[in-house]
Write a protein that binds this ligand. Sequence first.
Ligand SMILES: Cc1cc2nc3c(=O)[nH]c(=O)nc-3n(C[C@H](O)[C@H](O)[C@H](O)COP(=O)(O)O)c2cc1C
Length: 203
Amino acid sequence: MKKIALFALIGIVLMGCQKANVNENQNVNMEQDLIINCMRTRVSVRAFTGEKISEEQIQTLLQCAMAAPSAMNHQPWAFIVVTEDSILEQLGQEFPYSRCDQKPACAIIPCGDLTKAIQGSEDFWINDVSAATENILLAAHAMGLGAVWTGLHPNMERATAAQQLLGLPEYIIPLCIVPVGVPAEQPEIKDKWNTDNIHYNRW
Ligand SMILES: Cc1cc2nc3c(=O)[nH]c(=O)nc-3n(C[C@H](O)[C@H](O)[C@H](O)COP(=O)(O)O)c2cc1C
């Protein structure tokens, strides 16, 4: 009798484990679908409602930015978060293509910090800060917000003007301006899939 009870108990535990595995696999698949869908549906948003976003949302965007890969894990970045309307206005006037005049809740300016760059291979900061910027765009999209990458560096005239406007030291190079906010437009997703761009093994 005791033996039967023991077998029954083992059976129940095993069934439970199997079910947990199925659930876990389902969760992994759902997470995978969500992340891939986020990447496929991200678009540049250039008009916003003017609604403010929470500090928590800003922190999430920055956490995602700093989760990006970087060469030798140097993390040679700094992020300027502009929330003050008067500075957003100045950015909009000085850099009309930055869309800071289109009522974003804030603007994030991902920068390279040359004091943290790899000595002798300093330019890797551009790749690192670009990866962080893309993470901000994807996180914003996942959170139902809109954003767009608007370029500063390598146009040094623009980068220097932004350095001056934001009071950045000379070793902090702004890569781009990313206005972020509640979307006031729903741009169409561009289909960029092109097999001509793909080369297996050799050109
Ligand atoms: C390096 C870089 C610079 C960009 N500069 C600007 C810009 O100054 N103003 C702007 O409105 N969009 C800018 N964009 C956004 C592109 O125009 C946009 O990503 C492209 O048209 C593809 O559209 P999508 O982002 O909706 O897929 C820039 C994007 C990158 C990657």
